[in-house]
Design a protein around this ligand. Structure first.
Ligand code: NAD
Ligand code: UFG
Length: 339
């Protein structure tokens, strides 16, 4: 069976393509390489022994997306990762975020409707919860006002999906990721954003390897035990495996509702300083960092109640924070060795 993976050369997408191929799925990737490298396709092939099909175009281009669906037949399901994802960047460029994240989704839904494709897994985010009143946060917790345009695009995407699923008899699983980090054990794929990383862990590893001078820790005056913000970090391979479970669930007709939503996290929250400590422990070095002001758009703390995903999907995140940081560090070192 063939699965279309949009954003498949990106960070989570590439790890998911590997897991899909290893479970016997054929994969076609669409990515415009706005935040990834074409070489990722080679790395995936090196891991799995099978080269995914790859199309390079922008999914906000309606005509190109339409043509793609006309050419590329026999798609059994779609995992839609392609989007911009940086909370801080979205505060400065809201329109760029609304256009990219919403237009691409609408074009994908149009393609599904026109071509009789009914299964979609959508990359949502714990940013849809804003700053929850109660932690851990459950799928049924209220969707509060978004703290960033990025978070708002994920809220709006879920709304669009809810109505499109009803109107066009589609099946959708929205996966609300918490904070994916780490890299594949082969150290052939990992997080490699273009330019200066926005996310914490690639910034940590790039600082440690000498590509960046110092990590800025955004805020030490949050209402948390050490004053730095708390997130639920999850290993990217654990996250990728959940996508295969979601695809299997839809294709084998096991979904219980046309639109299902699951939190994907570990259920544990760690502060920025705890992440740094874990990195120092596994790498054996000291990280150069400084405390600076809070970053606009950041919430104080969030971690997941994962019981619904654990019970209903039969999936559980297995790797701990040290394993996540070690794999991220191995990946950064492997990249440095290639240069
Ligand atoms: P990423 O930037 O590594 O991957 C996204 C990929 O989509 C990139 O390869 C990019 O080139 C591509 N892309 C973006 N816009 C496109 C367009 N218009 N047409 C074609 N390709 C396009 O990001 P990621 O971390 O792998 O995130 C994947 C998805 O998961 C995103 O939807 C993101 O919002 C969501 N998400 C990510 C995180 C996280 O912390 N990484 C957390 C929650 C949700
Ligand atoms: N942080 C720093 N310094 C940095 C980068 C980040 O202190 O250089 C802090 C942030 O302030 C935050 C934590 O590290 O407290 C995590 O920040 P990230 O940028 O790594 O992640 P975010 O929680 O802001 O957002 C990420 C993705 C989103 C996704 C969200 C889900 O970028 O796409 O996780 O929680 F929706």
């Amino acid at each position: 069976m063939k699965i279309l993976v949009t954003g498949g050369t990106g960070y989570i997408g590439s790890h998911t393509v590997v897991e899909l191929q290893q479970q016997g799925y054929d994969v076609v990737i669409v990515d415009n390489l706005s935040n990834s490298h074409a070489g990722v396709v080679d790395r995936i092939a090196e891991i799995t022994g099978k080269r995914p099909e790859f199309y390079n175009f922008d999914l906000i281009d309606r005509e190109k997306t339409k043509t793609f669906f006309e050419i590329c037949k026999d798609i059994s399901g779609i995992i839609h990762f392609a989007a911009y994802k940086a909370v801080g960047e979205s505060m400065n460029n809201p329109l760029m975020y609304y256009r990219n994240n919403l237009d691409s989704l609408i074009n994908i839904l149009q393609g599904m409707q026109d071509n009789g494709i009914s299964n979609l897994v959508f990359s949502s985010s714990c940013t849809v919860y804003g700053q929850p009143d109660e932690l851990p946060v459950r799928e049924t917790s209220p969707i509060k006002e978004a703290w960033s345009p990025y978070g708002n695009t994920k809220q709006m995407s879920e709304q669009i999906l809810k109505f499109a699923v009803e109107a066009h008899s589609l099946k959708t699983i929205a996966l609300r990721y918490f904070n994916p980090i780490g890299a594949h054990e082969s150290a052939l794929i990992g997080e490699l954003p273009l330019g200066i990383p926005n996310n914490l862990v690639p910034f940590i590893t790039q600082t440690a390897i000498g590509l960046r001078k110092s990590l800025s820790v955004f805020g030490s005056d949050y209402n948390t035990p050490d004053g730095t913000a708390i997130r639920d970090y999850i290993h990217v391979v654990d996250l990728a495996k959940a996508h295969v479970v979601a695809v299997d669930r839809m294709i084998s007709g096991k979904t219980k509702l046309p639109f299902e939503i699951f939190n994907l996290g570990t259920g544990n929250g760690f502060s920025v300083l705890e992440v740094i400590q874990s990195f120092e422990k596994v790498s054996g070095g000291k990280l150069n960092y400084q405390i600076v002001d809070r970053r606009p758009g950041d919430v104080e703390k969030v971690w997941a109640d994962t019981s619904f995903a654990n019970e209903e999907l039969g999936w559980k995140a297995l790797k701990n924070l040290d394993e996540m940081m070690l794999s991220a560090w191995n990946w950064e070192k492997a990249l440095a060795n290639k240069k």
